[in-house]
Design a protein around this ligand. Structure first.
Ligand SMILES: [Zn+2]
Length: 347
């Protein structure tokens, strides 16, 4: 800049946004530059050495300054490596996904948002009946008949949060240890269910119980297909159950009722082969031989006499409308889920 000034150039007209006064410029803080042999020669900022960064992160993890969640969904791989003596060795490596449990997030939210809560536990102690009724009518909720339970209900309603979750598996798929297959995605079901089950219990902020409702928005088509146990691709690729050929047909769309999750389960369970569903066999109704097709269709009350395997396959596909397995969250053994309002909207 000094050189430019000495040449008579008006430097004040350049980079006006960086100036903090008529004369001074905001200084950027730079990391040390590498100096080369010659004193005045330097190259751009030295990046922080990876080892130093690792040590620092490890220190903060040990001090619990950083929380990186818990290990989930372990997967075992076989790895080959050659020892120093030249022998090929096979070793097993276990890798994990990582999650911050929902309960931890809810507690942290209480800390972050607690001061913003409108009502505290103490505020309910001296409420008269008239105020309680007024608050219920404002919330457009029916008042419970027992006066004591009315107060509890009011406290619960006024301390219920709705957590909006965008759920499209992208955070699973973006990690190299996990594949984009249904099998891999299903390996996260049990840990998802743990989070859902933890919602039964409230969290607390200064003695006030806070309840949470999980509102999950499953993003794109493939995410919803997976969630509902629907096939990917094929003639019935859309979750609504209308075939690809008819999908543009408005009259067909008007007359067709998309199946709810419980209706889908009913259709799936009308046959026999769904019982073979397991973590290792997630598509028990796919690639069936003639004998299996006959068993499945007969169990569904379809006459298979004289029908070829191709005809039977077509019939089964038509009955299933793309249904392939139970919905992701219902495919586990856990039954006590609070998923009464769980539904996956079609297209
Ligand atoms: Zn559709």
């Amino acid at each position: 800049m000094e050189a430019a000034k000495s040449l008579g150039i008006d430097v004040s007209k350049f980079k006006t946004e960086n100036r903090i006064s008529g004369r001074d410029y905001a200084q950027r803080i730079r990391r040390a530059r590498h100096k080369l042999m010659y004193e005045k020669v330097s190259i751009p900022p030295a990046s922080q050495p990876t080892r130093k960064l690792h040590t620092e992160i490890r220190r903060r993890l040990n001090n619990q300054e950083i929380y990186v969640g818990e290990l989930i969904a372990p997967k075992t791989y076989r790895r080959n490596h050659i020892t120093s003596s030249g022998v090929l060795e096979e070793t097993e490596v276990t890798v994990h996904g990582r999650k911050i449990p929902l309960e931890h997030i809810r507690r942290q939210m209480n800390v972050d948002q607690g001061l913003l809560f409108r009502w505290r536990k103490d505020d309910y102690e001296n409420l008269d009946e008239e105020t309680i009724l007024k608050r219920f009518s404002k919330l457009k909720i029916t008042v419970p008949s027992e006066p004591m339970s009315a107060l509890d209900e009011l406290m619960k309603v006024e301390h219920t949060r709705n957590l909006k979750v965008w759920h499209d598996h992208s955070d699973i798929l973006n990690h190299s240890y996990s594949k984009a297959t249904d099998v891999d995605q299903l390996s996260y079901t049990s840990t998802r269910l743990e989070d859902i089950n933890s919602l039964h219990q409230p969290t607390y902020f200064k003695g006030t119980s806070i309840y949470d409702v999980l509102r999950v928005f499953s993003g794109d088509g493939p995410a919803r297909q997976f969630e509902a146990g629907h096939q990917r691709g094929g003639h019935y690729s859309c979750l609504c159950g209308i075939s690809v050929k008819e999908h543009q047909n408005l009259e067909c769309a008007l007359r067709f009722n998309p199946r709810t999750l419980s209706e889908r389960m009913k259709i799936l369970k009308s046959g026999v082969l769904w019982k073979e569903y397991s973590e290792r066999n997630i598509n028990p109704l796919c690639n069936l031989k003639k004998e299996a097709l006959t068993d499945e269709l007969e169990a569904r009350g379809v006459d298979t006499y004289g029908k070829s395997a191709a005809e039977m396959k077509e019939k089964l596909v038509e009955i299933l409308h793309g249904i392939q397995r139970p919905p992701a969250l219902l495919s586990s053994d856990i039954h006590s889920l609070s998923l009464s309002r769980y539904e996956i909207p079609p297209c």
